[in-house]
Design a binder for this molecule. Structure first.
Ligand SMILES: [Zn+2]
Length: 286
């Protein structure tokens, strides 16, 4: 009897030691960050499916099922989480939620500041797109490692070693981007529809000019102002992302005779995508 119990305990202990953590993330770039650190100790699944906006996403029923089996949800502070994280924890009482945007400084989102005519009131929205900046992703990587270690301390050396390797890769990526942009004048302006590249612009001394106003397509009068500013700042390219309509961008591109380049901050190949953006800006500034 005692022997059976012991055997049972051993079997249980060994399966749990080898069971992979089921981790759910909000957006595609997080898959790269989390897999770099979790390696073969975790299974990952994605919530905001490609082509959808993390500002407004609504999970599918099959994804709610996946939530029931998940151990860990790594949130990153995107808008749909405000509505859905609570529903996820209601669905799965054992689900642990860690926010990997912890300790990351945010600044106001461009195109979201306006002064009232009379009250000088400022409606400020903090920019959630922290993952477009490799330096901020270093902190994200630290937060992911801390989270995985807190759930799976047996593999802490593994996660720590992966973190150290990934931090080296991120430093290398930062150097590569600086190198791509080395001949690009400071404050070079690039235009975007949705202002998701603010922290990239900040990091590399560039300027992002958004078409979207307060999260909406600009009114004709606002559009005239935006085109005027784009001319003054000698914008050389407009970047749009497939998650949003590029109709207005096309109109502006014709007006200014410049190119529209589709590139998404939610793209799967995160590091390649940042380099691609840097290259397009560097080419445009020549
Ligand atoms: Zn966004």
């Amino acid at each position: 009897m005692k022997k059976t119990l012991l055997l049972l305990l051993i079997t249980f202990a060994s399966t749990s030691a080898f069971a992979k953590l089921n981790v759910v993330v909000s957006i595609q770039p997080q898959l790269e960050f989390v897999n770099k650190i979790g390696g073969d100790k975790i299974n990952t699944s994605l919530m905001v499916l490609p082509g959808n906006s993390p500002h407004t996403y609504e999970p599918k029923p099959s994804q709610m099922k996946a939530i029931s089996k998940a151990d860990l949800y790594l949130s990153i502070g995107v808008e749909f989480e405000n509505v859905w994280l609570e529903k996820f924890t209601n669905q799965n009482r054992n689900l642990i939620v860690h926010n990997i945007s912890k300790d990351i400084k945010r600044t106001a989102m461009q195109g979201h500041n306006h002064k009232g005519h009379h009250h000088q009131t400022k409606k400020m929205i903090l920019d959630p797109h922290i993952w477009v900046n490799p330096i901020k992703v270093q902190q994200i990587a630290h937060n992911i490692a801390e989270s995985l270690i807190s759930l799976d301390a047996n593999n802490s050396h593994y996660y720590q070693a992966n973190l150290n390797n990934y931090l080296k890769e991120l430093k290398q990526l930062d150097l590569e981007i600086r190198n791509i942009l080395k001949d690009t004048p400071k404050k070079t302006t690039f235009m975007v529809f949705h202002p998701a590249w603010g922290y990239f612009a900040q990091q590399y001394g560039l300027h992002q000019l958004a078409i979207e106003v307060e999260g909406k397509t600009p009114k004709p009068k606002q559009l005239i102002g935006i085109i005027k500013e784009a001319k003054e700042k000698q914008v050389k390219a407009i970047f749009t992302q497939p998650e949003f309509s590029d109709q207005v961008a096309q109109t502006i591109s014709k007006e200014l005779s410049i190119q529209v380049i589709k590139t998404s901050p939610l793209s799967k190949n995160w590091s390649e995508n940042l380099k691609k953006l840097a290259k397009s800006i560097a080419l445009g500034s020549k």
